[in-house]
Structures are given as C-alpha cells and as structure tokens.
Design a protein around this ligand. Sequence first.
Ligand code: M1P
Length: 248
Amino acid sequence: MVSQDFANRPRLVLFDVDGTLTPARQSVSPEMVQLLKELRKKVTIGFIGGSDFKKISEQLSISEVMAIVEDFDFAFAENGLTAYRLGKQLESQSFIKFIGEEHYKKLVKFILHYVADLDIPIKRGTFVEFRNGMINVSPIGRNATIQERHEFEAYDKIHGVRVAFVKVLKETFADYGLTYSIGGQISFDIFPNGWDKTYALRHVEGEGFEEIHFVGDKTFKGGNDYEIFTDSRTIGHSVTSPADTARS
Ligand code: M1P
C-alpha cells in the first residue's frame, strides 16, 4: 500500500540533475520548472544528484536557496546521503565515519601529491572537496570557470587524465572498499561501495510506490546513473539533455 502522503500520486519519478534537469553545473530553466510543477500534480517527484545539497539548491532554485525541498517530494544530494522527504531531512551516514581518519589522511595525501605532479594545461583551486557522503577530486580544481570546465573536459577525452588517476587510486587503495565515479566534466567522486545513486532507494522503498521511474543521462556502464538505471526496483529512462527530458 502506498503511504498516505502519496496516496493520490502513487508513482514516483526521480530525476538526475546535471545533464538531465539542467546543463552541467548550470541553472534550471523556467520552462523546466513549469514542467516539473505540472508533472507533480500527477506523480510524486524527486531529484537525485551526485553534487552536494548547496550546489544542487543553487542550480534548481529560481528564487530562494531552501525552496527546492518544497518543490520536490524527495530531494537527494550526494546520491541520497543528504536526503529530504516533504521538506524534512532524513537520517544519513558519513564518508569520514566509514573510512576513518587514518585511512582518509593516507588517501588525501596521496591524491594531493598526485595532483601536484600532474602536468595538465591549467590548474585552479580546490582539488579535493570534502562532502558528507563522499569526496570529490578534480585535477584542474573545482574553482575552474565554465569555459575552463569545457576545455578540461575536451582535453580529458583525449588524454584520459581522470581514468588514469582512478586506475592508480583503485590499485593503491584496493582494500578500502571504495567506488570511483566519473560523473561530471572536471572531477570524479569517491564513496564507499554501494553508496551510488541506488543508496537513495532505501529512503523511498518503504513508501510502497506502484512504480519508481528514474530519468538520467549517464546511464551507460561506468556512468554515475548506471546502477540506479539498471536496478530492478526502478524503471529506467535514458535522456541526452534537459531538452530531451522535457520532450519525454
Ligand atoms: O552530478 C554529476 C557530478 O557533478 C559535478 O561534477 P563536475 O564538477 O566534474 O562537473 C560534481 O558535483 C560531481 O560530484 C557530480 O557527481
């Protein structure tokens, strides 16, 4: 039975953020906001992004920062490690508790040495971003501008900077129980095995939805939507851009 809160909207549609509701790291369009409003009259809606809550808020809010937890029935940042249901925050776990301070120090020390030795066209700042449920590592640095992002992404397609970095980390920290996910343009995420986007499903499983749909753009093997897209609990939809999402 569907929980009372969603009895009149017994189907759930979860949307990835970057590349699905918005262009990568950019703001949602007013047209998409309107479409989501209309959709919410018929089905329960949620978003699930890899970024942290603050960044997703900036991308999805048209006006004030906290409004997105009101605009979506479920709001999942960091793959669901930060989670809201009908505006109320749900309990979550943390990356640092999982990995422990000593292991984390070894990992971050290795990463910063590796970045220091990397010979890439430009570097900016913030090479490791510490989040609640994961860390995010960027060879160019998270302070890169939009233009610099595009240039790094193109460079990385040819030179495989991130793929090589991840390979070394996997080998060096093989016993740490970590997953590495290249989901965006300039960085990759590191989180405990199993804390991919399927993590968020534990927050909705008990609601008894008739169907759980997932819409995302990185649904190919190796993409950060792959696990939830292929999960037996969801009906997956693959899109190529926010415009494609709007058409579907
Ligand atoms: O949502 C996809 C990814 O978006 C950002 O990636 P990048 O900055 O490399 O484009 C990051 O927030 C990343 O954590 C996230 O998975």
